[in-house]
Design a protein. Structure first.
Length: 231
């Protein structure tokens, strides 16, 4: 899932302090799971902004709403049709949601209420860890299901660097230990009996499939709906 963290209240208030009517819009997907952007968090942020406005001598009306997903037209279109008088939207979806709302063309600014951080998994309640970098050329079949792109601090693809010690990365600190991704990969491959795969000579990674190739797009012709069918 996409993991995010709430922006400081003062920063968010700074976006909308000169507005009279603001919509705080949440998303019921990823950011709801990490408890920064769901319906509950919309209410908490809206109330905090109301109190901030009052103590700042501002008269601002805050509306609240949460959609199932902020990255699909079918869910956001009904909201965008009911923006009478709204001068700004504070989106607490991930950055994809903010971009998507802005692309829909409302003549009002859409401000981020969270900082989007990474694609990750739940380690335990209240803790998430990065597990995928969306590089576009997955090699998890070779590395025992452990990603060196996302989990190695240097994104090394051909084995551990000289800084690893006792299975930990050189960036580790006592209060914040970081596993060496390649130590985990080797141990996992040993367990699976696939260590020999790491000896294979592979072609250089095609980073154009990652962010280096510019904004990415995927088109599935088999899923596209003909324009005449949409009319």
């Amino acid at each position: 899932m996409i993991v995010a963290a709430s922006k400081p209240l003062d920063e968010v208030f700074g976006f909308i302090q000169n507005c009279q009517k603001v919509l705080v819009l949440g998303c019921a997907e990823c950011v709801a799971v990490c408890q920064v952007g769901g319906e509950k968090e919309v209410g908490v942020l809206a109330q905090a902004l109301r109190l901030k406005a009052q103590t700042s001598g501002k008269q601002i009306e805050f509306l609240e709403n949460t959609v199932r997903r902020q990255c699909e037209t079918e869910f956001v279109a009904p909201i965008l049709e009911k923006l009478d008088g709204v001068q700004a939207i504070v989106s607490i979806a991930c950055g994809v949601g903010v971009n998507f709302l802005s692309d829909q063309g409302p003549a009002i600014p859409v401000f981020p209420g969270v900082n989007t951080t990474f694609m990750g998994a739940t380690v335990q309640h209240g803790e998430w860890a990065e597990r995928c970098a969306g590089c576009g050329q997955c090699i998890l079949d070779l590395t025992g299901g452990i990603c060196p792109v996302a989990r190695c601090a240097k994104t090394i693809l051909n084995g551990p660097c000289g800084g690893t010690k006792d299975g930990k990365c050189e960036i580790s600190r006592p209060e914040a230990p970081v596993d060496c991704a390649w130590y985990l990969i080797v141990e996992r491959c040993k367990k699976l009996g696939t260590l020999d795969r790491l000896k294979a000579v592979v072609a250089a990674k095609d980073w154009s499939k990652a962010r280096d190739g510019g904004p990415r797009r995927m088109v599935r012709p088999d899923l596209l709906i003909a324009k005449e069918a949409q009319a």
